[in-house]
Design a protein around this ligand. Structure first.
Ligand code: NAP
Length: 320
């Protein structure tokens, strides 16, 4: 069947493009169905200073364009559209974009995850310009500044504590007066004298200048409905992440939050020939460089799988 690819990669972020680079260099001519909004979470980031090799930092979108171009150079094909359905019941696997069917003997799922947003227009306007979803990435830009962290889970506590290494003051805004975070993480944050709490409060608006600089937040107390403005230089939204896995949940093993589960130490899913790479299977590290590493693993796992298939009798793949 000449129209059956060796590999289809679903997702155009650090994991997908790195998998494409490796598979393209292995002459597997991968098709990357990269999504209409390719680039992933780095498209809403400004400066990236923690990706090795970019010694002077790089803008997130520019870095993703570099990743894409590097894979293209070695022969990866791209389809800038969203996958609408998959059928992993047998090989070749089928991947659909609307009415168009694409087939491949191996599939790498690298659809990533997205940080939950507050859903405010002002938040969107100031994304990457003071509103961040990753303290590990952006904390260092807030030396001796005041920042707000939104959320009451472990991420919010961890990010607030981490931010105190740089910021002079961190205000944790949480919508309830009880925390979802584990007590030990809350205690650590409470003991930190740089951290203040605004409980039973939500951010009604991120305040900023017209040219895109955060100046503070307007908080609303959900019990009294009182509002007040708090000056701040940055807002870290830490209200959780959602993996982009709706299309795969009927086929692939996943945890209770919807993250795909790969065999430890590999990217193999429960369906032989289907691999999961990057944030779609990682809710712990969530970094571009770890996603890229995981994309490399998936490419090598897929390559090895295809080689094994050439020397093995054909067996139909089934969902567990
Ligand atoms: P999470 O546990 O789902 O917590 C999300 C927090 O954001 C909750 O406090 C939630 O409030 C709040 N929230 C959700 N939507 C909101 C909205 N629209 N507006 C305002 N607040 C909102 O997410 P997470 O903190 O990212 O943690 C995810 C998982 O990773 C958890 O299992 C966590 O234990 C784990 N984790 C572990 C560590 C560690 O152990 N070092 C560090 C980070 C994360 P409510 O509480 O009112 O729902």
């Amino acid at each position: 069947m000449s129209d059956v690819r060796d590999v289809i990669i679903i997702g155009g972020g650090p994991a997908g493009y790195t998998a494409a680079l490796y598979n393209a260099r292995a002459n597997l001519n991968p098709l990357v169905i990269e999504g209409f909004n390719w680039g992933g979470q780095l498209m809403i980031t400004s400066d990236v200073e923690n990706y090795p090799g970019y010694a002077d930092g790089v803008l997130g979108p520019a870095m993703m364009a570099d990743f894409r171009r590097q894979a293209e150079r070695f022969g990866a094909d791209f389809l800038t559209d969203d996958v609408t359905r998959v059928d992993f019941s047998e090989r070749p696997f089928r991947v659909y974009v609307g009415g168009d069917e694409y087939r491949a003997n191996a599939v790498i799922v690298a659809t990533g995850a997205s940080a939950r947003q507050l859903g405010l227009p002002s938040e969107q306007f100031l994304q990457g310009r003071g509103v961040s979803y990753c303290a590990t990435c952006d904390a260092a830009f807030f030396r001796e500044k005041t920042v707000v962290v939104v959320g009451g889970g472990d991420s919010a506590m961890e990010e607030a504590t981490f931010l105190t290494r740089f910021a002079s003051k961190v205000i944790v805004v949480h919508r309830r007066d009880e925390f979802r975070a584990s007590p030990i993480m809350v205690d650590r944050a409470r003991e930190n004298e740089k951290i203040e709490f605004a409980l039973s409060s939500v951010v009604d608006e991120v305040l900023g200048t017209d040219d895109g600089r955060v100046t503070g937040v307007r908080l609303r107390n959900v019990v009294t409905d009182d509002t007040r403005e708090v000056a701040a230089d940055g807002v870290f939204v830490a209200v959780g992440h959602d993996p982009t896995t709706a299309l795969f949940l009927d086929w692939l093993d996943h945890d209770d939050q919807g993250y795909l589960v790969a065999e430890p130490g590999s990217t193999r899913t429960n369906i032989p020939g289907v691999f999961a790479a990057g944030d779609v299977q990682d809710h712990v590290y969530r970094q571009a460089v770890t996603a890229a590493g995981s994309g490399t693993m998936a490419a090598l796992d897929a390559q090895r799988f295809l080689e094994e298939q050439q020397h093995a009798p054909r067996v139909a793949a089934t969902s567990a």
